[in-house]
Design a protein around this ligand. Structure first.
Ligand code: HEM
Length: 216
């Protein structure tokens, strides 16, 4: 008996039914282009994940080697400039898109019950997206990275009571060093991608379960 790939997957994962359900799921008639910002934010995240993994093949997270490895990516690696620029520009675009998405949800009142938990999940996603940007900023270890991280960590350090602890945790000591770079790198490539993906799954499951909110 000859089985195609689709038949093979269908027999094991019920693939046809799942694909049909996704492809034929209708959105309400009032949905317009303003509702695209969430999806574009997700697309940005996918681009960041792919370009980020490719950059990680060459990037070296030590204060001595980081800047040199960035120069190597730009000067010697095929499509290196394109890859790095895509990662940097899409990071900015993702922050813009998530902000527009949040404003769309707010002005349509789509945070009201039963979507309040999705709003809370969204607020966490927003802070994570911004932290992605902040943690990525240090990685090239150029002048801009150094001073931005110094200012950012000093702002955190200015918080009452807990500020000093947060600053020491971020820097891994009193000043920017290899320990800081290791921490920012771990936050950027391990902690944030995993937690953001888990929150996104919850976000999408809730959108799926609750549907798109009716207009006010
Ligand atoms: C990585 C960040 C995010 C991604 C990828 C994302 C993605 C999406 C997508 C694709 C939808 C369905 C279509 C739409 O309404 O746009 C959605 C809905 C929703 N999102 Fe987000 N989102 C993110 C962050 C946020 C933020 C920051 C908030 C608010 C603080 C938020 C709150 C909501 C709510 C309440 C809904 C339901 C909207 C409705 O029913 O009309 N999301 N999200």
């Amino acid at each position: 008996m000859k089985l195609g790939v689709v038949d093979f997957l269908d027999e094991r994962f019920d693939a046809r039914r799942v694909a049909k359900e996704f492809a034929e799921h209708r959105v309400p008639d009032h949905v317009n282009w303003l509702y695209c910002f969430g999806g574009i934010t997700f697309l940005c995240f996918i681009i960041q994940a792919i370009t980020g993994v490719l950059l990680a093949f060459y990037y070296q997270p030590t204060t001595d080697a980081a800047y040199r490895s960035i120069l190597m990516i730009m000067d010697d690696m095929p499509f290196g400039v394109m890859l790095r620029s895509l990662h940097a520009w899409t990071a900015n675009l993702m922050i813009l898109m998530v902000t527009l998405h949040m404003l769309r949800v707010f002005f349509h009142g789509a945070y009201r019950p039963p979507r309040e938990l999705n709003w809370v999940t969204g607020v966490l996603l927003f802070f994570m997206t911004v932290t992605f940007g902040f943690s990525g900023y240090l990685l090239p270890m150029n002048q801009l990275s150094f001073w931005a991280t110094k200012v950012g960590s000093e702002i955190a350090g200015g918080l009452p009571l807990v500020g000093h602890y947060i600053q020491a945790f971020l820097l891994g000591g009193e000043k920017i060093s290899d320990a800081t770079l290791s921490r920012f790198y771990a936050i950027h490539v391990i902690i944030l991608p995993i937690t953001l993906t888990m929150l996104l799954v919850a976000h999408f499951l809730m959108v799926r379960k609750q549907g798109i909110a009716d207009p006010l």
